[in-house]
Ligand binder design. Structure first.
Ligand code: TYM
Length: 332
């Protein structure tokens, strides 16, 4: 069996529809046919300041949403990054193989650092993609299911795998990004040319998995739409309607062409009302199940600790091989 690996930052309480459609849905599908490794990258979360109590809660909330959306902890390996020290250990080795200029060219770093002011951005934010490469390479996965915004980071992990293999001998599998074209980028409802993101200036364009359905319905109904009246998929001319159609299509399993036919001659408002229903039908059970899981945090913590033990069994041999290859003296 081929292996896949992926993770989502616990930096907001709730995941949003971009995370769900861009990644989580595909994880759940792929775990049926692949050996799957899913984790919560809490080490990545602290690259920007976090409130400790909140971080702990958000890590649990993120795990609960994975499971509520269908990640099966018996089938997949599900864990929290900080509980598997091999991530930080491999990251150090990879830091030493990455050029300063190469790291400086990572677009997410440039975006985030320019928002914070480059001087106050942490060094952790700078090396963030290298820690991500360590997350990936430790488990020797064949594929990394993510949205479009993670493509450059997966590319870096490929470059580092190849560089290590060339310099020290065949060690790492070189992973492929698994990016599903139709859902690779879900856009903000208020600003349909920007990706849906938890760091958007206003939450009005976000559909959060854990929000009250009333809030979600209101946000969908107030989504920015385009000039004209025609319901047609056209990213250039009609980014707002196209985003709604893409979301509708992926949630309902119906093709965009089918939806265009159904809504021919009807108004934007009709599409929005029906989409709000489809979203509520999808998210309500996820929200309920997540709440149920969060009502017993001790059980959730136990499950994650078990996952971490499983993960360490997979990660330790890779790290041991890396340490030996770079010339570290054996510890035992
Ligand atoms: P994060 O937490 O920003 O996003 C989690 C996943 O959701 C996808 N995504 C989207 N997809 C479509 N449309 C959107 N608007 C949208 N917004 C987010 C992301 O592409 C991602 O797949 N650096 C990673 C976390 C990470 C990781 C890893 C991922 C750490 N280590 C190892 C894979 C492998 C991140 O911040 O994703």
């Amino acid at each position: 069996r081929q292996r896949i690996l992926s993770g989502m930052q616990p930096s907001a309480g709730s995941l949003h529809l971009g995370n769900y459609l861009g990644a989580l849905v595909h994880w759940v599908r792929l775990q049926e046919t692949h050996d799957a490794v899913f984790f919560i990258p809490d080490l990545h979360a602290i690259t920007v300041p976090q409130d400790p109590a909140e971080l702990m809660q958000r890590t649990r909330t993120t795990a609960a949403q994975y499971i509520a959306a269908g990640v099966d902890p018996d089938r997949a390996t599900l864990f929290v990054q900080s509980q598997v020290p091999e991530h930080a250990q491999l990251a150090w080795v990879l830091n030493c193989l990455t050029g300063f200029g190469e790291a400086s060219r990572m677009t997410q770093f440039k975006d985030k650092a320019s928002k914070q002011g480059t001087d106050s951005a942490s060094v952790g934010l700078f090396t963030y993609p290298i820690l991500q490469a360590a997350d990936i390479l430790l488990y020797q996965p064949d594929g990394v299911p993510v949205g479009e915004d993670q493509r450059q980071h997966v590319e870096l992990s490929r470059d580092l795998a190849q560089r290590f293999n060339t310099r020290f001998g065949e060690t790492f599998v070189v992973p492929q990004p698994f990016i599903q074209k139709e859902t690779a980028k879900i856009y903000d409802l208020q600003n349909p040319t920007a990706k849906m993101s938890k760091s958007a200036p206003s939450p009005a364009g976000l559909v959060n998995l854990l929000d009250d359905p009333k809030v979600t319905t209101k946000r969908i109904k107030s989504a920015v739409t385009d000039a004209g009246t025609e319901i047609r998929f056209d990213r250039e001319e009609k980014p707002g309607i196209s985003n709604l159609l893409a979301i509708f299509s992926s949630l309902s399993g119906r093709s965009i062409a089918e939806l265009e036919d159904e809504y021919a001659g009807r108004m934007y408002g009709h599409l929005k009302v029906d989409l709000a229903d489809v979203v509520a039908e999808t998210l309500t059970p996820i929200r309920n199940r997540a709440e149920e899981l969060l009502s017993d945090p001790a059980e959730l913590d136990r499950l994650l600790a078990k996952g971490a033990a499983k993960a360490r069994e997979l990660a330790a041999p890779t790290l041991a091989e890396v340490y030996a290859r770079v010339g570290f003296l054996p510890a035992a």
